[in-house]
Design a protein around this ligand. Structure first.
Ligand code: SF4
Length: 164
């Protein structure tokens, strides 16, 4: 049975910056979890960040393309709300996650949207004011660049149809 990488917070693990989870109510994800089909990872915690931690956002500017790609290319950074540059930690998080996905033979990842690591359709704009930007997080883009397909929670049904 093909394994699927998944954001740990979607499984109810309290690894988010605010010390909470983002438990998914998705029945397919719950079934895959029971079947041992999921490879959970919180990239940020795996890279050494504590929980809880200051929220972080990609400090990207318009014209830089996908925010996650801009960070991977060294054209943008990731800052936490206290002004601490956490770019290197986020890059390590992405590398670790790609390596984990390869080790388990995953081809697909279900990641929490909106996160500067895991976001796949949107992230926040770096102003810490709730403004969304179309684009992806650093880990999500690193996975795509390495040949994986990244799905938000809303794409689980479509992924299930693809992989059975
Ligand atoms: S980095 Fe990803 S897995 Fe970790 S808390 Fe944020 S969204 Fe969830």
């Amino acid at each position: 049975m093909e394994k699927v990488l998944v954001s740990s917070c979607l499984l109810g693990n309290p690894v988010r910056y605010d010390g909470r989870s983002k438990l998914s109510g998705n029945a397919i994800l719950a079934r895959w979890h029971e079947q041992g089909r999921l490879v959970p990872i919180c990239p940020e915690v795996a890279a050494g960040l504590p929980t809880p931690r200051a929220p972080a956002e990609i400090a990207s500017r318009s014209g830089q393309g996908n925010p996650g790609d801009a960070v991977l290319a060294g054209h943008a950074g990731v800052m936490d709300r206290n002004g601490v540059d956490v770019t290197d930690v986020f890059l390590n998080a992405a590398r670790f996650t790609v390596a984990l996905a390869k080790r388990h033979g995953c081809r697909h990842a279900v990641l929490t949207d909106g996160s500067p690591s895991c976001g796949s359709s949107f992230v926040y704009d770096g102003s810490f004011s709730g403004v969304k930007l179309a684009g992806s997080g650093v880990t999500a883009r690193a996975l795509v660049g390495a040949g994986f397909t990244v799905w938000p929670e809303s794409g689980i049904a479509a992924l299930a149809r693809r992989i059975g």
